[in-house]
Design a protein around this ligand. Structure first.
Ligand SMILES: *Cc1c(COP(=O)(O)O)cnc(C)c1O
Length: 395
């Protein structure tokens, strides 16, 4: 890559930090043992995994034996929902989730619906914030699971999880939060949040891909989804990903250590970007709240243009962004998140997510704004819709 490359897609994944890489390297070669083995190599691997588990447990304020390593956020989300559904189906079959969950939750809920579970969605307002009064009115005594992400991956909305947990618990339901975007960015103390289960993923916080964790409060019944050997206290089979776990813990420690500093820096880039785009690009809508959103996130709908065409123009200029959620790009479906926020379909199609990281700079932000201005103007000049309706409809 000779051309200048700018990465504004940290909500999709992040580069591995040097500290995590250094910590991981010996576990690929010298200390390669299987923690299940009854010999010195095995014990060394056990020690490394125990240390990583202790460290993450401390960050999220749980006991080490309440933390289970998985292959990432998707598996953790699947396990949380399926595990509770299967373990508690005698109590009830009513499941409540937000409509703006990650595909890992939505697809699992959809599959459970076919197995006879009733899935009901919380309402969210135009910024994506859960309507607590509505939630109160739909949670019932046969509700077994109430799940909502701590922060949304597409529009950055931070959700009132504490209040959601209270409502769930008043009816004896399990409260789950997907903290994949929030971990290392916001405080993720499970006691303070009051949740019973929480998903995390390593590669969104400068750790390696393919590893994550699920917090399961002691005392909860749950069923395994990956059955096999005795790993993870017999709850999750599969040979332990020792280097991944070691790297995940290191990345999480660094993210937690620098959390406030990074929050401030990344929000300042994000605010500069949002302010400039709103002021300098006509017919643009910021999706999600202005305040109370993830520091990294800025999501815009550009009226009269397809998100994909802006994405390609930015890519040509060396700027990597995402249209809607990374999972829905490539498909021409409008974003389910933006539809849940009440956006009309044409705006739900035209959205672009910029997600900043700790290595980005003010110069990169300014270059992106200039590039967007040019690209948007050029694309609109080619848009018959803009010519026909633009000035008249939206001035
Ligand atoms: C990325 C993401 C996931 C999936 O995590 P993986 O580790 O990539 O499987 C789940 N939930 C949210 C909110 C995410 O942003």
């Amino acid at each position: 890559m000779d051309k200048k490359q700018i990465y504004f897609d940290h909500a999709a994944t992040t580069p591995l930090c040097k500290e995590a890489l250094d910590e991981m390297l010996p576990y690929f070669t010298q200390i390669f043992g299987n923690p299940n083995s009854q010999h010195a190599y095995g014990r060394q691997a056990v020690d490394a995994v125990d240390k990583a588990r202790d460290s993450i447990a401390k960050i999220i304020n749980c006991k080490p034996n309440e933390l289970y390593f998985t292959s990432g956020g998707t598996e953790s989300d699947n396990w949380a929902l399926r595990g509770i559904a299967n373990a508690y189906k005698q109590k009830g079959k009513h499941i409540v989730i937000s409509p703006i969950e990650h595909a890992a939750m939505l697809a699992t809920a959809n599959a459970l619906k076919k197995d006879g579970f009733e899935i009901e969605f919380m309402k969210v307002d135009e910024y994506g914030v859960v309507d607590l009064e509505h939630l109160k009115s739909i949670v019932r005594d046969d509700t077994i699971f109430v799940g909502c992400m701590l922060a949304n991956n597409e529009v950055g909305t931070i959700e009132p999880i504490k209040e959601i947990a209270k409502i769930a618990h008043e009816h004896g339901a399990v409260c789950f939060t997907d903290a994949v975007q929030a971990a290392g960015v916001l405080k993720t103390d499970v006691k303070e949040l009051g949740v019973d289960m929480m998903s995390m993923s390593s590669h969104k916080i400068y750790g390696p891909k393919g590893v994550g964790a699920l917090y399961i409060r002691n005392g909860l019944k749950t069923q395994s989804i990956i059955t096999g050997g005795h790993q993870e206290r017999m709850k999750r089979g599969g040979t332990t990903n020792v280097p991944g776990i070691v790297g995940f813990a290191k990345a999480f420690e660094i993210a937690e250590r620098d959390r406030e500093k990074n929050f401030e820096y990344v929000s300042s880039l994000r605010d500069r970007f949002i302010d400039r785009v709103l002021a300098e690009v006509p017919f643009v809508k910021l999706n999600g709240p202005r305040e109370n959103r993830l520091p990294a996130n800025a999501d815009f709908s550009f009226k009269f243009i397809e998100g994909e065409s802006i994405l390609f123009s930015l890519d040509l200029a060396g700027i990597s962004v995402s249209s809607g959620s990374a999972c829905s790009s490539g498909s021409l479906e409008p974003s389910h998140v933006l539809l849940a926020l009440g956006l009309p379909e044409e705006l739900a199609h035209g959205s672009i997510r910029f997600s900043f990281g700790k290595h980005n700079t003010v110069e990169e932000v300014d270059y992106a704004v200039e590039t967007i201005k040019e690209a948007v103007q050029r694309l609109r000049e080619m848009s018959p819709l803009f010519k026909a309706e633009g000035e008249i409809k939206y001035v």
